[in-house]
Design a protein around this ligand. Structure first.
Ligand SMILES: [Zn+2]
Length: 333
């Protein structure tokens, strides 16, 4: 029995992967649990577990803020209108499930039989007080990004979490803004610097605010004392490609950088070429690039040549010291 993967958007759920070549007791338990939770989609099955920070926002919860059902549908309409033909041109059929009644604060993407590319959006997420229409559109775009976001990928078909985030502001939201369906955002100096003002800068500013809306949702779900900010980027460097959900600050950085990238919408991303359609260090970009807190650039001759020698010296020195110490201990024995 093989249980297909689903990619949950939020920090509150993780993907349950039970990939087996034969039926196992654990797989049966996972299936039973998933079915009991109602996460069945035809033959497809996806299951999440409910960690302690999981949140439920039912329809009609007083003071919850967030989107109305009309806004929920309008945002999904605007993304669906743009991406249905794009998915069709790649041989898929985009199906966005509108789970307005469902209190779950989350969303997911998976692939079904017959070329069905699924996205599921829950009303609980749209009703959270931190979520704006642009922020909600960002989450829809993140799920679209699992299907269309290109390199780096996981599970074969899906762009990883960081890339789905990057694609959301790099490509998807800019197309949605182009449809004129949503409200304008606030100004940002960095966007003017990157894009030289005009409509591209406006899109960049809206992307930034959409990212901030969702970053505040992360803060609420994780009870973080400090909100992620544009001015406090995550300086950590991933030792290997992080395919899972990055930390909230790292995700905000990704949304922000995606919006700052000046590569044109006409330049599409690619499933195997990390440079296609992206701002990247290999081509000399320093703004609009995927943050190193999740993105580990693939080993390439050009990349290796750009690494300053001094960054390698401490390792070489440490190794030399260890060899000397080892020799000394051998001599002593
Ligand atoms: Zn995701």
């Amino acid at each position: 029995m093989v249980v297909p993967e689903a990619l949950w958007w939020g920090p509150g759920r993780e993907v349950v992967m039970v990939v087996g070549r034969k039926t196992s007791f654990f797989a049966m338990i996972a299936v039973a649990a998933a079915v009991s939770l109602g996460f069945t989609h035809g033959h497809e099955l996806c299951a999440g577990f409910l960690p302690e920070n999981d949140m439920k926002i039912p329809v009609g919860q007083k003071g919850s803020g967030g989107l109305t059902q009309e806004q929920f549908n309008a945002v999904i309409d605007s993304v669906e209108e743009i991406y249905k033909p794009i998915v069709a041109s790649k041989g898929g059929k985009l199906v966005v499930e509108r789970k307005w009644e469902d209190p779950t604060v989350n969303a997911y993407a998976n692939r079904g039989w017959g070329g069905t590319w699924n996205v599921a959006m829950f009303g609980g997420l749209a009703r959270h007080s931190a979520v704006t229409p642009d922020g909600f559109a960002l989450v829809v775009c993140h799920e679209i990004g699992h299907h269309l976001g290109g390199f780096p990928k996981k599970f074969g078909w899906a762009s990883n979490e960081g890339q789905a985030d990057y694609f959301a502001t790099l490509k998807c939201l800019r197309r949605v803004y182009g449809s004129g369906a949503l409200s304008k955002g606030m100004p940002q100096e960095d966007c003017d610097d990157a894009h030289g003002g005009g409509g591209a800068s406006q899109d960049c500013q809206r992307n930034a605010q959409a990212g901030l809306s969702i970053a505040k949702l992360f803060q609420a779900l994780r009870n973080l004392p400090e909100p992620p900010e544009f001015t406090t980027p995550d300086e950590s460097v991933a030792e290997r490609m992080d395919n899972n959900h990055p930390q909230p600050q790292c995700r905000l950085d990704t949304y922000y950088q995606g919006g700052l990238c000046t590569k044109g919408l006409g330049e599409d991303v690619d499933d195997s070429n990390p440079l296609a359609g992206t701002c990247n260090r290999v081509e000399g970009y320093s703004v609009g690039v995927r943050p190193l807190c999740w993105y580990k650039p693939p080993q390439q001759a050009k990349v290796a040549a750009k690494v300053p020698l001094r960054e390698k010296l401490p390792d070489a020195e440490a190794l030399s010291r260890r060899i000397s110490a080892l020799r000394a201990s051998l001599d002593a024995s």
